[in-house]
Design a protein around this ligand. Structure first.
Ligand code: GAP
Length: 517
């Protein structure tokens, strides 16, 4: 199935099974704003818990924070967001559609990459084990031509970004005859900068009110609280502050479902270090974060690092963790070495010292910072994309049938345990409720008695429930139940008294966390 179709199916699945709804849907929705349904919110909370515990429980020198969304407006002047938090936008003159110029160019490069990959795949199939990819890349004329174009666009693009050259960005679009995806037209306006921050007013009257912003990242709440946390927590460098919270960006091109939203959630950690030690910690956090992603069991080949072509003015190293979404490898998390830029800026704009006294060096300095910044919603999307599986399984009368199953790691699955009485009589529902009452303190359980057992299994597969417990007439005689495993669909007869041990063996945040150290 084409990856585009997989993505469409995934989006439809999210709605059908209570994961994600369009915001204000009854009013035709609000662009790039989404609500999380009954299963979505559980999955999201589990992802957040896993991140939080991996930061705050596993590192005794990382503590949490929950800062406000509204901040003093000078914060955003100091951080550079008022002047430089811009996207280069371009309009198509015929369709009147607005695009991000950098995204159009990235899509162009992805097109060249796609053509190269296609040629390679074709040749791999043709030559089998004898296929030498490196040699093929060097000699195949079509691959070489596309690689040359890719290199040229890439070179020009990076230079244009570094020089902040908007004319050149437009010129690349014109030279490579990029067409508006909607109308096919190649008539483009100039490229202009567009600030992404949402603003509103604080204060009772329009006259006295001051303009404030909805935070575009949670990080600044951490920076301005650096000394509060350091002093009250008697923290010694190196130490980190972790925070989960909403962020807002007026994205020009809001698309790909929850990949690019106008209201989203971030999980950020700022790690304060001695100047000169930042590269060591940058490498440490790169490794830690990649391990965290890979521990989700989606397959290591689905992840890669992508070093930034253009470093932000405050950074001396930056990389993205990318996941292979149905629409290609995309950024899920950024890891940045932000130098002492943010703390120094706040020191300058506030007039308050943002320094740390290092007792070992017997001097004060502004610490350097390594940041890890992951979007909850993108993580959610990557996990769903990795888990979504359509497969043929044995059905009735020896025929095969297809099922949709979310192969989520049990620890983060929205529902861990579905408890299903085989029939709605003979005391089976009461027995099932008894089991539910026993387990509801440990796991998110769901009780279901409607429809055939096969249909109920399929419904649980579709939301990723790893274990279904079936209560039948034998249960009433010997206190045994059937566990049905989601991925293998195997069934096992066990005593109710053994259930807790079996479940905790499979569903253990502790074991997942242990795999990270
Ligand atoms: N404090 C650094 C920072 O905010 P970023 O690369 O702009 O860096 C970090 O954002 C992460 O936040 C991204 O890797 C992505 O997962 C998420 N993110 C950013 N913009 C987003 C959007 N419009 N919708 C959903 N997630 C977004």
């Amino acid at each position: 199935m084409a990856q585009e179709d997989v993505f469409k199916k995934l989006v439809a699945h999210c709605k059908e099974y209570g994961f994600v709804f369009q915001s204000s849907e009854i009013y035709d929705g609000l662009g790039a704003v989404y609500d999380y349904g009954q299963n979505g919110v559980e999955l999201k909370n589990n992802i957040k818990k896993y991140w939080w515990d991996s930061m705050v429980l596993l590192h005794e020198n990382v503590v949490g924070l929950d800062s406000a969304i509204f901040m003093h407006p000078t914060t955003w002047k100091a951080s550079g967001h008022v002047d430089a938090f811009n996207d280069p936008l371009i309009d198509n003159k015929d369709s009147k559609k607005r695009y991000r110029a950098d995204v159009l160019i990235e899509d162009l490069m992805a097109k060249f990459e796609g053509k190269i990959d296609k040629e390679i795949e074709k040749a791999r199939k043709k030559f089998g084990d004898d296929f030498d990819e490196a040699q093929f890349r060097e000699t195949n004329p079509r691959v070489k031509a596309n690689q040359e174009k890719l290199d040229e666009v890439h070179g020009r693009f990076v230079k244009a970004l570094n020089d902040n050259n908007l004319t050149e960005l437009r010129q690349i679009i014109v030279d490579y005859e990029v067409a508006c995806p909607l109308s096919g037209s190649k008539e483009w306006t100039d490229v202009r900068q567009f600030n992404l921050m949402f603003s509103t007013e604080m204060g009772s009257t329009a006259e006295g009110a001051s303009k404030i912003y909805l935070r575009p990242e949670t990080a600044q709440g951490i920076f301005v609280n650096f000394l509060n946390v350091q002093k009250t927590g008697r923290m010694k460098l190196p130490f980190g502050i972790a925070q989960i919270g909403k962020a807002f960006r007026n994205e020009i091109v809001a698309r790909q479902f929850i990949f690019r939203m106008r209201e989203f959630e971030q999980m950020e950690m700022q790690f304060f270090v001695r100047p000169g030690e930042e590269m060591k910690w940058f490498e440490y956090w790169k490794e830690m974060r990649m391990k965290w992603h890979k521990s989700m069991g989606m397959g290591d080949a689905k992840y890669r690092f992508h070093d930034h072509d253009k470093l932000a003015h405050y950074a001396n190293a930056a990389t993205d963790v990318e996941f292979e979404m149905p629409f290609g490898f995309k950024e899920v998390e950024g890891i940045h070495s932000r130098t002492d830029f943010d703390l120094s800026q706040h020191q300058e704009f506030s007039g308050k010292k943002m320094q740390y006294f290092d007792p070992e060096l017997n001097k004060s300095y502004v610490p350097y910072v390594i940041e890890t910044s992951i979007g909850v919603d993108r993580m959610f999307l990557s996990i769903l994309a990795g888990a979504y599986t359509e497969e043929e399984v044995p059905g009735k009368d020896g025929k095969s049938e297809s099922r949709v199953v979310l192969k989520l790691p049990p620890v983060i699955a929205p529902v861990k345990l579905a408890i299903l009485p085989l029939v709605r009589k003979d005391g089976l529902p009461e027995k099932a409720m008894e089991i539910m009452d026993q387990f509801k303190f440990d796991f998110n359980c769901r009780y279901e008695e409607k429809d055939s057992i096969g249909k109920r299994y399929r419904r649980q597969d579709a939301i990723g429930t790893p274990f279904c417990i079936t209560v039948d007439h034998q249960t009433m005689e010997d206190d045994s139940v059937t566990i049905r495993y989601r991925d293998s669909m195997e069934q096992e007869r066990v005593k109710i008294s053994e259930l807790y041990k079996i479940m905790t063996g499979h569903i253990s945040m502790k074991e997942l966390l242990k795999s990270l150290i």
